[in-house]
Design a protein around this ligand. Structure first.
Ligand code: ZN
Ligand code: ZN
Length: 219
């Protein structure tokens, strides 16, 4: 109970709790308007309370990584708008926390996780653009914002390297997905080589198939 009280201490005293499920070992409580977690699992035998993925009835723990609250299964299932919003929040706070120092802003695991999730939605290019713009500044504005030539050059290099790194992550994730998913769920054609990170979910062979309703195929 103490661990639950600790987890709740940051929430208001009028927080409304609901019990979602109970087992012999633990109890899952939810509160729709919590700021930090919407679901918590509390052990009935040991002294621990763990934030769960906010998706109802998901038993996986929240990633709890830099504002990413879904689990590894549900992050890739977020739609593009949600991922873009999550990415914007994360990139803004990450950049603010590091005083927009380009050398320290690059290479964060949260960016990797978000880009991989966006590949599943066919929106990695869109997400990478938003991340780059939020983490750094618009490249077109660099000359107006930064007068020091060396500093401007450092920033351009950081932006270029980070974009390349994230594009590589997107390409590898798209390849991994295509290899692990068999035939196209819409037309049944076998796995095909596709462009680096296609602008549609890579388990489909084409944008047309990605937007077509899935039909069952004999295996
Ligand atoms: Zn989940
Ligand atoms: Zn297809």
């Amino acid at each position: 109970m103490l661990s639950l009280a600790g987890a709740l201490s940051r929430e208001g005293i009028d927080t409304e709790l609901a019990v979602e499920s109970v087992t012999d070992h633990s109890i899952v409580v939810t509160a729709p308007d919590w700021a930090d977690f919407q679901r918590l699992e509390m052990s009935l035998t040991d002294e621990w309370t763990i934030p769960l993925c906010p998706v109802a009835h998901c038993s996986n723990h929240s990633m709890r990584y830099r504002g990413i609250d879904r689990c590894h299964t549900h992050l890739p299932q977020c739609d593009t708008a949600t991922l873009i919003q999550m990415g914007t929040w994360w990139a803004q706070s990450h950049s603010d926390a590091l005083a927009a120092d380009p050398a320290r802003t690059v290479g964060d695991r949260a960016a990797d996780l978000l880009v991989k999730a966006a590949v599943h939605q066919g929106s990695s290019a869109e997400l990478i653009t938003v991340l780059m713009r939020t983490l750094f500044v618009d490249e077109a504005d660099i000359d107006e914002i930064i007068w020091d030539e060396a500093e401007a050059l450092d920033l351009r290099h950081a932006i270029g390297r980070e974009r390349l790194r994230l594009n590589d992550i997107a390409r590898d994730e798209a390849r991994r997905l295509r290899q692990s998913t068999g035939p196209c769920p819409a037309c049944g054609r076998g796995p095909r080589a596709l462009p680096a990170a296609p602008p549609h979910p890579p388990q489909y062979c084409s944008p047309q198939c990605a937007s077509a309703p899935a039909v069952p195929h004999p295996s």
